[in-house]
Design a protein around this ligand. Structure first.
Ligand SMILES: O=C(O)CCC(=O)C(=O)O
Ligand SMILES: [Fe+2]
Length: 305
């Protein structure tokens, strides 16, 4: 399949066309997703956290980028407006929910696990930032991608889906998200090339939607003064978590009194890469109240060199 750099733009009223674009390209820009007032409110709610954030040391983000993690907890407007948006739910139900049937004795039972928000975060890319490396967000969930270029995309083969709402107009210059439309059907052994990517430039009130298997990256910010703010909400399957929720059943002091092996097997370390962080720290460091100095760092060693 030829790489298409053109990113489709579809009005939020045309759900069938949005679904078609996601099946074809793995992504699209949704026009008229939200309104200016809501975007302004979310921008204001996250700004104190962006101001407090520290530069990143490592390869995950350029050091000029600031983030607001825990967007759902910190922005009431993002949580109660976008996270629960009816169109978002329609799309996560279509692409991420999972339904299977099993026998209990001789009776067939059918269950649907509904998508949950895996991470929600604002990305504020500052002047001088380099582009991120092209990546698939679902690397964190260890997806083995089969090559679907010949067969076409099979709905249900992704375990993640992202929605990114710009806080400002995003441009080629200020770091609009880069993406390779159609790369959601590539097999795991195909490397993405920057020249294959296009920029998902957006107006305020748009929303970028992409599957977890789509190659993309935060763009470079070559402006002198503009900050590129985008509010991201990333969904995954509802069962990608432990069956018993011991995070709520045990206090921090109890967990800190356990052996290192027990803490690890109970999920208080990260699953590589990146799964389970809190405040950009592994859970145990967070529980211990360990200081992070002036910067945050990669969770996993870089394999670039
Ligand atoms: O900032 C962006 O446009 C994308 C960020 C991203 O892809 C990531 O951090 O995984
Ligand atoms: Fe990403």
């Amino acid at each position: 399949m030829a790489v298409k750099q053109r990113i489709q733009r579809v009005d939020r009223g045309d759900e069938a066309a949005i679904i078609r674009a996601i099946i074809q390209d793995g992504c699209c820009v949704i026009k008229n997703f939200t309104d200016v007032e809501t975007v302004k409110k979310v921008n204001a709610e996250v700004q104190p956290y962006l101001d407090q954030d520290k530069p990143w040391k490592g390869d995950l983000f350029p050091e000029e980028t600031r983030r607001c993690a825990n967007l759902a907890g910190r922005s009431k407007t993002a949580r109660e407006t976008w996270l629960v948006d009816r169109l978002v739910r329609t799309l996560t139900a279509k692409f991420i929910d999972k339904t299977t049937s099993n026998f209990y004795g001789e009776t067939k039972h059918t269950y649907t696990s509904e998508a949950v928000c895996s991470v929600a975060m604002t990305f504020d890319i500052g002047p001088g930032a380099k582009a991120q490396r092209l990546h698939r967000d679902d690397k964190n969930y260890h997806v083995d991608h089969e090559d679907q270029t010949a067969t076409g995309y099979k709905v249900g083969s992704d375990v993640m889906m992202a929605f990114m709402v710009p806080g400002v107009q995003t441009t080629m210059e200020n770091g609009a998200t880069l993406a390779i439309p159609g790369s959601h059907v590539w097999g795991s052994d195909r490397a993405p090339m920057m020249h294959e990517a296009g920029a998902a430039q957006m107006d305020v009130t748009d929303c970028w939607v992409m599957l977890g298997g789509l190659y993309h990256a935060g763009g470079a910010n070559i402006t002198q003064t503009e900050r590129r703010k985008v509010h991201g909400m990333f969904f995954t399957r509802g069962f990608y978590r432990q069956e018993e929720n011991t995070y709520l059943a045990n206090s921090a002091d109890e967990v800190l009194s356990w052996s290192a092996e027990a803490q690890k097997v109970m999920g208080f370390e990260l699953s590589s890469p990146n799964i389970g962080f809190v405040g950009f720290q592994p859970p145990l460091e967070y529980l211990r109240g360990a200081g992070v100095g002036n910067s945050f760092g990669d969770f996993d060693p870089s394999q670039e060199r």
